[in-house]
Design a protein around this ligand. Structure first.
Ligand code: XUL
Length: 592
C-alpha cells in the first residue's frame, strides 16, 4: 500500500514537473547501511546495476555489496538488432551533410533484450538500485499523449511492441551530428557571443548539443515541435522507461545542452529564449545525479521479477559516469579512448576556454567536470588500421613498435568525421617537419605531403591524437603532468598506445581492470544514490570505498612508467608546431 502510494507520488512529481530529490520522499523500505572504519558498508547480498546506452551498444555491469563486478552483459545494436540496419549504431544521412541519427525504438528494444539476458543469469530481485550512462547530447522527442503509454505498460508484452507510436521524431539526433552550425551561430548571437554562452551554460554552442538541435526542429519542422510533450536526453529517456514516467534530466548531463545555467544548475531563461518557445515545459525539471528518479515501474517487477522497491537513480552521461567509475580526484586526468575520445578532470574554478565543455561535478554537489571531446576516436583508428595495417591490430602495433618516437618529424591530422576539436571538416592532412633536431623550433619548416609510408601513418595518427590532447589540456590550464593519469575505453587495452601516452604526457599511466568505465560508474552511482536515499541527504561518494578501494573492481593499477623526460620535452616542441598548423587549418577550413 505504502509502496503503491510512493510509486504514484513519484509519477506525479515527474509528470507535473515537481522537484524531486533523494531527500524529498524518505521512507526506509530497504536493508540498512552500516558504518565501518570511515566508510559505509552496503548490506550483504544486495546488487547494484549500471547500464551504458552508448553509440554502438547497450552494456550492463552489476556490482555486489563489496563493489566487485559480478556480471557484465552487452547488446550490440548492429549485430543483435540487425533489423534497424544501423552502421555502428547510427544512420548517416546521405542527403543532409553532417546529419547523424539513431532510432530511439532501437534503444527500447535493446533494453528488452538486455533484461531478457540478465534475467537468465541473475536473480534480479537482489538488485536494490539501478542507474545508467548514455551517450551525451542525444535527444528523444515524446509525442503528445505518450505519458499514458509509458505509465501503463503491459507486462505481457515487450516494451518495443508498446512504444512504437510514442515518438514525435523517430530518428533522434545524436552526439555525432554536426548539421546545426547555422543554429549554433544564431544562439550564440542571441545570448551575446560564444564566450558569453560558454560562461552561462558551460560550453559555446556545439552542433550536437540539444539546444541547437531543438532550434533546428522548431525552425524546420514546427509541427513535430508542437507535437512533442517531453524532450528527454538519452540518459533521462532510459531512466523514464525504467520508472514508467518522465524522469528528470540530470544536472551534469543537462549541462550538455546549451540550456542550463552552469552555476545555478537551473534552466537559463536567456538560453531557453534563444532556442525555442515553451521549451521549459517540454524539458521538465533538473535533478542532481544522486537523486532518486522513482521506484522501478510495476512492468519490470511483474515481467522480470525485480523487487518492487528497487530504486532508479538519475541516469547521467557516459563521460560523467566514467569519471565516477574511475574515482577521479582534483588534479587527476582521464583519457577515454572510445567511439569518441575524451579527456576530463575535476576543477573548482574552470577557466573560460571556448574549446572546453564544463559540467557540474557528477559526484559532488560542488565543483566542475571539465572535458575535451574528439569525434575521431576509435572509428578513425579502425579506418587507419584498415588502410595501412591490413585491418589487423597486430600489424598496427608492429608499425608502432618499429617507428621511432617523434616519427622523424611526420605529423598527421586524420578526420574521417567532421571533427569537434578542432572544428575541421572531413579530411586528412600530413606534414613533414624539415630541420627538426628536437632541441628548438628555430629554422623548422613544415612541408605538406600526400602520404607517408604505412608504419609512419599509424604512428602519425596515434601521436597526433595524443599531442592534440596534451596541447588542449595545457590551454585549459589543467595540472600537467596530472597527479594520476588514467586511461580507459576500448583502446586502453593496447599497450603500444599506452606507451605512447606515457612518452607524450611524460608521466605514469594507470588503467582500470575493465575498459568500460561508464556502466561500472553507473553501477557505483546506483549504490551511491541508494546510500544518499538511505541517509536522507547527500553523502560523499568516497564513503562507499575509502580505505578498501584495492579490494573493489574500481581500483586502478600502474600500467606504464613515465616516459623519458627529454623525449617528453621534444614532444612539447612538436606539439607547439602542431597547434600552429592546426590553428591555421581552422582559419582556412574551420566551421567557425
Ligand atoms: C561528449 C560526447 C561524446 C559522447 C559519446 O561531449 O559528445 O563523448 O558522450 O557517447
Amino acid at each position: 500500500m505504502v509502496q503503491r502510494f510512493l510509486q504514484v507520488m513519484f509519477s506525479l512529481f515527474s509528470t507535473y514537473n515537481l522537484e524531486l530529490t533523494a531527500a524529498a520522499v524518505y521512507v526506509k523500505v530497504l536493508p540498512f547501511l552500516t558504518m565501518e572504519e570511515g566508510h559505509y558498508s552496503l548490506p550483504e547480498a544486495t546488487l547494484f546495476l549500471g547500464f551504458d546506452c552508448s553509440t554502438q551498444s547497450l552494456k550492463a555491469s552489476v556490482l555486489d555489496a563489496n563493489l566487485v563486478i559480478v556480471a557484465t552483459e552487452f547488446v550490440r545494436f548492429d549485430i543483435d538488432l540487425p533489423h534497424y540496419k544501423t552502421e555502428g549504431g547510427v544512420y548517416r544521412d546521405p542527403l543532409i551533410n553532417g546529419r547523424i541519427v539513431s532510432p530511439p525504438l532501437m534503444w527500447v528494444e535493446a533494453l528488452d533484450v538486455m533484461l531478457e539476458r540478465l534475467s537468465k543469469r541473475l536473480n534480479l530481485a537482489k538488485i536494490v538500485s539501478i542507474s545508467g550512462s548514455a551517450q551525451q547530447h542525444g535527444s528523444v522527442y515524446w509525442k503528445n499523449g505518450s505519458f499514458r503509454i509509458l505509465s501503463s505498460l503491459n507486462p505481457d508484452m515487450r516494451l518495443v511492441d508498446q512504444l512504437g507510436e510514442a515518438f514525435s521524431l523517430n530518428e533522434s539526433p545524436i552526439w555525432m551530428d554536426s548539421s546545426t552550425t547555422e543554429q549554433c551561430r544564431k544562439i550564440e548571437e542571441a545570448v551575446g557571443g560564444a564566450l558569453e554562452l560558454h560562461c552561462l551554460t558551460g560550453s559555446r554552442a556545439h552542433e550536437r548539443y540539444v539546444g541547437p538541435q531543438v532550434r533546428k526542429i522548431y525552425e524546420k519542422h514546427r509541427e513535430i515541435y508542437h507535437n512533442t510533450e517531453r524532450i528527454s536526453l538519452v540518459s533521462s529517456f532510459m531512466g523514464s522507461l525504467l520508472i514508467g514516467a518522465y524522469a528528470c534530466i540530470d544536472e551534469t548531463d543537462g549541462a550538455g545542452m546549451n540550456l542550463m545555467d552552469i552555476k545555478k544548475r537551473k534552466w537559463s531563461n536567456v538560453a531557453l529564449e534563444a532556442t525555442a518557445p515553451y521549451l521549459e515545459q517540454k524539458l521538465g525539471k533538473l535533478a542532481p545525479a544522486y537523486a532518486v528518479s522513482g521506484y522501478i515501474a510495476p512492468y519490470f517487477a511483474n515481467r522480470f521479477h525485480f523487487n518492487k522497491n528497487c530504486l532508479i537513480i538519475q541516469w547521467s552521461g557516459d563521460n560523467p559516469n566514467s569519471l565516477a567509475g574511475l574515482t577521479l580526484e582534483t588534479g587527476d586526468l582521464s583519457i577515454s579512448l572510445g567511439t569518441s575520445d575524451t579527456v576530463f578532470g575535476i576543477t573548482d574554478e574552470p577557466q573560460p576556454c571556448l574549446e572546453s565543455h564544463v559540467f557540474p561535478n557528477p559526484v559532488d554537489t560542488k565543483g566542475f567536470m571539465v572535458m575535451l571531446v574528439y569525434k575521431n576516436g576509435s572509428l578513425t583508428r579502425e579506418d587507419v588500421r584498415n588502410r595501412y595495417a591490413d585491418g589487423s591490430w597486430e600489424i598496427f602495433n608492429k608499425h608502432l613498435r618499429q617507428t621511432p618516437p617523434l616519427n622523424d618529424g611526420k605529423l598527421g591530422f586524420y578526420y574521417k568525421e567532421h571533427e569537434i576539436l578542432p572544428p575541421l571538416p572531413v579530411g586528412f592532412h600530413r606534414y613533414i617537419l624539415k630541420n627538426f633536431t628536437g632541441h628548438s623550433l628555430d629554422g623548422v619548416i613544415e612541408q605538406e605531403v600526400d602520404e607517408f609510408d604505412a608504419p609512419s601513418e599509424v604512428r602519425a595518427l596515434i601521436e597526433g591524437q595524443l599531442l592534440s590532447m596534451r596541447a588542449h589540456v595545457e590551454r585549459l590550464g589543467m595540472l600537467l603532468p596530472p597527479k594520476r593519469l588514467v586511461v580507459t575505453g576500448g583502446a586502453s587495452s593496447n599497450e603500444c598506445i599506452l606507451a605512447a601516452v606515457a612518452s607524450i604526457f611524460g608521466c605514469d599511466v594507470h588503467t582500470v581492470p575493465r575498459p568500460d568505465s561508464a556502466p561500472l560508474g553507473a553501477a557505483l552511482r546506483a549504490a551511491h544514490g541508494w546510500m544518499c536515499y538511505e541517509k536522507g541527504s547527500f553523502v560523499p561518494l568516497g564513503m562507499l570505498y575509502d580505505g578498501k578501494l584495492e579490494k573493489t573492481s574500481l581500483c586502478s593499477k600502474l600500467s606504464v612508467n613515465a616516459g623519458d623526460p627529454i623525449l617528453a620535452a621534444k614532444y612539447a616542441l612538436v606539439m607547439r608546431k602542431r597547434i600552429e598548423i592546426e590553428d591555421r587549418l581552422v582559419r582556412e577550413l574551420g566551421r567557425l
